[in-house]
Design a protein around this ligand. Structure first.
Ligand SMILES: *[C@@H]1O[C@H](CO)[C@@H](O)[C@H](O)[C@H]1NC(C)=O
Ligand SMILES: *[C@@H]1O[C@H](CO)[C@@H](O)[C@H](O)[C@H]1NC(C)=O
Length: 396
């Protein structure tokens, strides 16, 4: 009989098993793409054409992955019920197209993961001058902002690759695909008075998928590729570092005769919070060129020797960000005019900093709210509607 009282979640850091990193390659390849004719419903064909049209009419040369647009493409929200045309997903390099065809089943989670990363980015940056805005009618979904090797680029790469690892791991544990599942290394007694049970999330698998897919285009010998690889890996490491044990008690109520535990991923918010700290403390690098047998290779070295050099868990960048105060189509800055700011805050969300010293306008806004709510026995609540007046401050 399950009991009602459970000990608090225990936090351990999960040691990862490097030997398992090769496992992705051992799965049998999955079925190839569906043939383009006949199966595609007319709507899907329309969407695909629209995508292709965007792609050909305005060739996009973004410094970041075009396939991130998977996160915004309406047609990918119902993956699974519709055929996925790997060859028509914009911005995939050949290795990614092969991956897509071989692991078609996990493509919905890849798209979901990028979406999760972008949503978290928008949450973390909501009160800042650059707030992670995406542009829906372009395949370069962040505009030119991320073309430069800035802190913002570092953060988005890290959170997107973490999102992919996270979403793939989650969907494996939920049993939504046949090619992956729970981490089966943990069985029987733990030797610490409890038993392995439930479904341990196999974050190593998600990390391998993210590494294979998200890093596939980062194989150039230049500095930007090195930076993207580093930040992608830092994002994924955050997931592994935040794995924790969840436990449940079984037995007569109140007792904990049998305790079962399993590895679980953190809330994605914890990943976002952690990477936001890494954004604030990101390391500025300088680019060095070496002549090697494969040709000229660019590597990154910490710019300031006074500071501690970055570890593999830190974010790195080598170009300074614009200040994002004024709109500028070249840098992709939208400016902060019209943004709402917080008059009492002295931080970056405060009117002084957010409005870049231009000052702000104040207007009042009436909002209807529920109030004087009364609970009636039994069981409903009745409320009145009140109008409350708020001051809204927006940047000049
Ligand atoms: C983000 O910034 C854009 C451009 O300045 C603005 O239109 C949008 O409302 C902002 N979003 C939030 C959540 O503040
Ligand atoms: C504005 O900033 C103050 C001080 O930092 C904070 O306590 C308050 O919650 C903020 N208000 C909003 C609406 O974010």
């Amino acid at each position: 009989m399950p009991s009602t009282s459970c000990p608090p979640k225990q936090a351990f850091s999960k040691r990862t098993n490097p030997a398992s990193h090769g496992m992705l390659l051992t799965f049998p390849p999955r079925s190839p793409d569906f043939p383009i004719t006949s199966i595609i419903p007319p709507m899907d064909r329309l969407h695909t054409l629209h995508f292709l049209w965007l792609f050909s009419a305005a060739p996009v040369l973004a410094g970041y992955p075009i396939w991130w647009s998977l996160a915004l493409g309406q047609q990918y929200s119902s993956f699974g019920s519709q055929p996925i045309l790997c060859g028509s997903i914009p911005g995939l390099v050949p290795k990614q197209v092969r991956f897509c065809r071989n692991y078609l089943e996990i493509m919905p989670s890849v798209a979901e993961g990028v979406k999760l990363g972008i949503q978290e980015c928008q949450h973390q940056f909501r009160g800042r001058r650059w707030n992670c805005t995406t542009i829906h009618d372009s395949l370069a979904i962040f505009g030119p902002v991320l073309d430069k090797a800035t802190r913002e680029s570092a953060f988005v790469h890290a959170i997107a690759s973490a999102g992919v690892a996270f979403a793939v791991t989650r969907s494996c544990a939920e049993g939504s695909t046949t090619i992956c599942g729970c981490d089966s290394h943990h069985k029987g007694s733990s030797g610490e008075g409890w038993k392995w049970g439930g479904c341990s999330e196999d974050a190593d698998y998600g990390v391998v998928v993210s590494r294979e897919f998200a890093d596939a285009r980062e194989n150039r010998l230049d500095a930007r590729s090195a930076m993207n690889r580093h930040n992608n890996e830092a994002g994924r490491a955050t997931i592994l570092d935040h794995m924790h044990l969840k436990c449940k008690c079984h037995g007569l109520s109140g007792s904990c005769e049998v305790k079962t535990c399993w590895w679980s991923q953190p809330d994605f918010r914890a990943i976002g919070d952690h990477l936001k700290d890494k954004y604030d403390s990101a390391s500025e690098m300088s680019v060095e060129k070496h002549r090697e047998s494969r040709g000229w290779v660019e590597t990154l070295r910490a710019k300031y020797s006074l500071f501690k050099p970055p570890t593999e868990r830190d974010l790195v960048y080598y170009e300074t960000s614009p200040n994002f105060c004024e709109p500028n189509p070249e840098t992709g800055s939208f400016g902060t005019q019209g943004r709402s700011c917080n008059v009492t805050s002295h931080g970056i969300d405060g009117c002084d900093l957010l409005c870049c010293g231009r000052g702000h306008n104040t207007r009042t806004e009436k909002r209807k709210e529920k109030c004087h709510c009364v609970f009636h026995w039994c069981c409903y609540v009745s409320c009145q509607e009140c109008v409350r007046i708020y001051d809204v401050h927006t940047c000049k």
